[in-house]
Design a protein around this ligand. Structure first.
Ligand code: NAD
Ligand code: TYD
Length: 356
């Protein structure tokens, strides 16, 4: 049985990956997560209670804790998702982004290298350090063109520059020390269990509460949306079959302006949960000041992962967004716990137990 570390496994994408791996593999998963505001163990569902899921409440910046985990569990590889992930937060306070995304990735690389260098073949050659990154490292596109694995880095926000830094560190550890690394750069994800600071869940929850739907600038910025479970499948495929040292771009070829996304959400909510006052959700759309340095357009050419590993997304934007709206309408308990902060009780209980 393989043992795989997943960092950030209580987050949006990490929890989707663990749900997939517990359901569809026989691997033991060690989920390493600090449980920041974005970490929520409730997002794991039944997978969180499976005997093959081990949770470690740890900070990836803590070298001693990372060394102890490598020594205890002797993993076959690591899929590294732990990060500060929200651009707006990075603009208001970049410090945590440098700490977790840059220093944390460095710490994990060093802990992984120390462990990997003790391995004998064939484990040494089979080990993988898979770093999960974003298309935002490539900067901003004009009206035409696509990002691919050959695109030069040009990050523009504190978030994307911290992710770019971590990508460079991972490549350097492969080039210099021979650590068998993989990097994936994915476009914007959406789907169940996404924290309501990101565009799609924020708009759904604001609409349901009758609050304004804040659209930055003119709403003409474009993102290339991918349903989170399609990303999770791509991550598993790259981890298992990707070429060590390689990069893979992942995206759904679902370019939409922010206005198109918000209009779609309003239309679906009008159908699935009409407002009590008989009015349309689109009346809540509110244009607000633009995000500083707002990237205009992201779009991914996912040709390499399709050709080499046979990955294609299963959800179109239309099918994925309808599922997503239905999920938020059906999962009031998860939403209520996030909104009330009750999802953080796990930390309070465990900290008080540890201290007593
Ligand atoms: P998220 O913010 O939902 O989750 C991040 C998780 O990391 C949380 O559970 C948090 O508790 C944990 N974490 C944060 N700092 C930590 C630390 N120091 N030590 C241990 N755990 C820590 O993020 P997400 O949207 O699931 O993104 C996961 C990864 O995928 C990130 O690396 C992100 O850059 C990348 N990514 C995200 C998207 C997207 O659209 N969300 C797209 C492409 C790539
Ligand atoms: P976001 O979900 O924060 O992802 P990212 O910035 O990583 O692409 O934002 C997606 C797009 O939606 C981005 O162009 C900013 C815009 N946006 C708004 O217009 N209003 C909002 O309240 C938020 C959170 C985002």
């Amino acid at each position: 049985m393989k043992t795989v570390f997943v960092t950030g496994g209580a987050g949006f994408i990490g929890s989707a990956l663990i749900r997939l791996l517990i359901a569809e593999s026989d691997w033991r998963i060690v989920n390493i997560d600090k449980l920041t505001y974005a970490g929520n163990l409730e997002s794991l569902g039944g997978a969180g209670r499976d005997a093959r899921h081990v949770f470690s409440h740890s900070d990836i910046c803590d070298r001693q804790a990372m060394d102890a985990l490598f020594a205890q569990y002797r993993p076959d590889g690591i899929i590294h998702l732990a990060a500060e992930s929200h651009v707006d937060r990075s603009i208001h306070g970049p410090g945590d982004f440098i700490q977790t995304n840059v220093v944390g990735t460095y710490t994990l690389l060093e802990a992984a290298r120390a462990y990997w260098s003790t391995l004998a073949e064939p484990e040494r050659g089979a080990f993988r350090f898979h770093h999960v990154s974003t298309d935002e490292v490539f900067g901003s596109l004009g009206p035409t063109g696509l990002f691919d694995e050959t695109t030069a880095y040009d990050p523009r926000s504190p978030y994307s520059s911290s992710k770019a830094s971590s990508d460079h560190l991972v490549r350097a550890w492969q080039h210099t020390y021979g650590l068998p690394t993989l990097i994936t750069n994915c476009s914007n994800n959406y789907g169940p269990y996404q924290f309501p600071e990101k565009l799609i869940p924020l708009m759904i929850l604001n609409a349901l509460a009758g609050k304004p739907l804040p659209i930055y600038g003119k709403g003409d910025n474009i993102r290339d949306w991918l349903y989170v479970d399609d990303h999770a499948r791509a991550l598993r495929l790259v981890f298992e079959r990707g070429q060590p040292g390689a990069t893979y771009c992942i995206g759904g070829r679902n370019e939409k302006t922010n206005l198109q996304v918000v209009d779609t959400l309003c239309r679906l909510l009008d159908q699935q949960r009409p407002r009590a006052n008989g009015r349309r959700y689109e009346e809540l759309k509110t244009f607000v000041a633009d995000r500083p340095g707002h990237d205009q357009r992201y779009a991914i050419d996912a040709g390499k992962i399709q050709r080499e590993l046979g990955w294609t997304p299963t959800e179109s934007f239309e099918s994925g967004i309808a599922k997503t709206v239905a999920w938020y309408l059906d999962n009031g308990e998860w939403i209520a716990h996030v909104q009330s902060g009750a999802y953080r009780q796990w930390i309070d209980q465990n900290y008080s137990q540890r201290q007593s």
